[in-house]
Design a protein around this ligand. Structure first.
Ligand SMILES: C[S@@+](CC[C@H](N)C(=O)[O-])C[C@H]1O[C@@H](n2cnc3c(N)ncnc32)[C@H](O)[C@@H]1O
Length: 181
């Protein structure tokens, strides 16, 4: 039984439903392949939600820093922490903060990361803010990019970039020499 099945049994099917990347095994497989191919060490995630995708990704990297502007509760506990404890995961740092805040900028100065997974607020100006604040690490994966402009705030950022690999609903960007400031 894999990690996602275990979580569904313990916490219910709703754990992986709706907003989470974990609702789709092909999407998880895409992320797993990318993280392994790119040999990602320290990953920053914007948009923890229930922490299921965070848990999944934690298997393939050294450490994950993940932030969310909201706490998600279940059984009176903070759900992501509950869930990671259940799985015995110890390589996740979780902060409740807004990616647009000064607090987040300060937090970034104290950590080192080589890959960002942007899956927070989908409307403008947040995807642009999230990208600008974190792009210095050189590798950014956006979730919920659709060519049909379903989330215009995300297209506004991604469509301007060269060296983007589109794999709906993902867009993966890597810095190239011509995109350096
Ligand atoms: C689509 S869900 C993330 C799903 C998660 N990555 C997964 O695959 O399970 C979006 C999350 O981003 C959070 N969020 C939205 N705007 C944010 C912001 N400005 N800063 C931090 N978190 C934010 C929301 O509270 C929500 O939990």
């Amino acid at each position: 039984m894999d990690m996602i099945d275990k979580l569904i049994i313990e916490f219910g099917r709703a754990t992986v439903a709706h907003w989470s990347v974990a609702q789709n095994r092909d999407w998880l497989e895409y992320i797993k392949t990318l993280l392994l191919e790119k040999k990602v060490k320290n990953l920053l995630e914007i948009g923890t939600f229930k922490g299921v995708t965070t848990a999944f990704m934690s298997q393939f990297v050294n450490h994950i820093y993940t932030i969310d502007k909201n706490t998600i509760h279940s059984k009176g506990k903070i759900f992501p922490i509950d869930l990671w404890k259940f799985l015995g995961i110890k390589n996740i740092t979780y902060k409740i903060m807004n990616s647009g805040s000064l607090e987040f900028k300060k937090f970034l100065k104290g950590i080192s990361f080589d890959f960002v997974f942007i899956d927070g607020e989908h409307i403008s100006p947040f995807p642009a803010i999230d990208f600008d604040t974190t792009k210095s690490c050189g590798r950014v994966l956006f979730h919920d990019y659709f060519k049909n402009n379903r989330f215009p705030g995300i297209n506004l950022v991604v469509d301007k970039l060269s060296s983007v690999e589109i794999n709906e609903p993902f867009a993966y960007w890597e810095e190239t020499s011509d995109e350096k400031d």
